[in-house]
Write a protein that binds this ligand. Structure first.
Ligand code: GCU
Length: 430
């Protein structure tokens, strides 16, 4: 007898007229159903409730902090001259996240503008002139893939199959150097006074359905096989936790302004940046690039990728409960605008790309608009627009948005908008 085959997944819808009416849950609602009207009630009542809904139904329970230490080899700081003779400092450290024999080691790479102050002690607000703002982002193929600098340590971690990235037998090779450099324009950002920090997501949770036993979840004492609890975190929860641990270390560096570390992510790692920013309010600004389904795009819109497809193809990203909403998205007690609202009152930036219909650019824009009441509670402007801006035009004061012309990617044009926005919204303390 033939084995039972799973029913085929429905073809994605790309017809706006077939999306239907979308009624969203109110992101300002508290546990007793009351919609809060003050910033204080939001902080105390509605935000914790909405965050708990996201934990229970989408990403899984937040993981507790653990100590971070610098592993053997210490922190390597080298003066480098980047393209165009730009002076910078390259910092590399191997961090041990947590303790015990199963603690994971994560390689962090950071470029700093050479002039960054090595302040003896933090200023009164923990920041101060001379210390630099930093964009922290997880990457897909190892730190060495982010830039052509031959001094970057080549990752020895497991990588997904990717011939174009020079991956052989699931390991990076010399041919992997700089393959994703277009996504991480170090010169442009360091030249504008920003630090750029990155780490490979696979050091925290290898991005595969059976990656759990090789992830940080082991040392955190989480179950890694068998039937998992419905609110058990997966890769996104683990990656977000890893971002917070890297932040723990970053803020100890004298050159880094601890009050100005922005978390950024592209695609699956954009979903992760949003969840990291929701879980950890020390991130001063949150940036989602082309994060799509399970990121900035509304799940209730039947457009592009759906909950059914994402939980089938990537069963390890979310908590098991999320898959239960496949085809029942309208029964979710939350939606992705509530995730965006978690960033309030901090600055939030959402970016889409015109050709990236899989990620539902319009659904990302509408989520940012629907999240905006959270900022208004604080007397801040949300995204107040009826229609998305023209491609390549950035709008929004505290909640920013643009649609870049082109494909699913994160490029210099996107980063330019992020840095403009950061310059306006997280200026240095005086
Ligand atoms: C797939 C997946 C998306 C994800 C993307 C990525 O396309 O369906 O949800 O965002 O990979 O991470 O590149």
């Amino acid at each position: 007898m033939a084995a039972h085959a799973a029913p085929p997944l429905p073809a994605p819808n790309y017809d706006e007229s077939a999306v239907g009416e979308v009624v969203l849950p109110d992101p300002l609602r508290g546990p007793d159903g009351t919609v809060v009207t003050t910033a204080d009630a939001w902080r105390r009542v509605a935000r914790p409730h909405q965050l708990a809904l996201l934990e229970t139904h989408v990403y899984g329970r937040r993981l507790p902090p653990r100590p971070v230490t610098v592993a053997d080899g210490g922190v390597e700081e080298v003066a480098v001259s980047l393209a165009g003779g730009l002076p910078a400092t390259r910092v590399q450290a191997r961090l041990r996240l947590g303790d015990g024999p199963n603690a994971r080691l994560v390689d962090v790479l950071l470029y700093l503008p050479r002039g960054a102050t090595r302040a003896a002690s933090p200023g009164p607000a923990g920041g101060g002139p001379g210390r630099v703002p930093v964009f922290l982002e997880l990457n897909f193929r190892g730190n060495h893939a982010q830039h052509g600098d031959p001094g970057i340590r080549l990752s020895t971690s497991w990588m997904p199959k990717d011939d174009a990235a020079g991956i052989v037998d699931h390991r990076a090779t010399e041919a992997s150097r700089g393959v994703n450099a277009r996504r991480w324009p170090v010169e442009a950002l360091v030249g504008r006074g920003f630090g750029m920090a990155t780490a490979y997501c696979g050091d925290i949770f290898p991005d595969r359905a059976d990656g759990r036993p090789d992830s940080v979840l082991v040392s955190l004492g989480r179950p890694v096989d068998g039937a998992l609890p419905p609110d058990e975190p997966g890769a996104i929860g683990a990656w977000a936790w890893g971002l917070s641990r890297i932040l723990d270390w970053l803020v100890t560096l004298p050159e880094v302004d601890p009050a100005r570390v922005a978390v950024v992510g592209h695609s699956r790692l954009g979903k992760t940046a949003l969840w990291a920013g929701a879980c950890d309010e020390r991130f001063a600004m949150v940036v989602s690039n082309n994060s799509g389904c399970g990121g900035a795009a509304l799940s209730r819109r039947n457009f592009g990728e759906t909950v059914a497809v994402i939980t089938e193809r990537f069963p390890h990203w979310f908590c098991p409960a999320f898959a239960g909403y496949a085809g029942r998205e309208r029964e979710l007690p939350c939606d992705q605008h509530t995730l965006l609202a978690m960033a309030a009152p901090r600055p939030l930036y959402v970016s889409s790309a015109t050709e990236d219909l899989w990620a539902d650019p319009r659904g990302e824009f509408l989520a940012a608009v629907a999240a905006s009441p959270a900022w208004r509670l604080f007397g801040l402007e949300g995204l107040d627009a009826a229609v998305p801006p023209r491609p390549d035009e950035s709008i929004g004061d505290r909640v920013g948005y643009h649609t870049r012309t082109g494909a699913h990617d994160i490029l210099l044009e996107d980063w330019t908008f992020f840095t403009d926005f950061a310059t306006r919204t997280i200026p240095a303390a005086r």
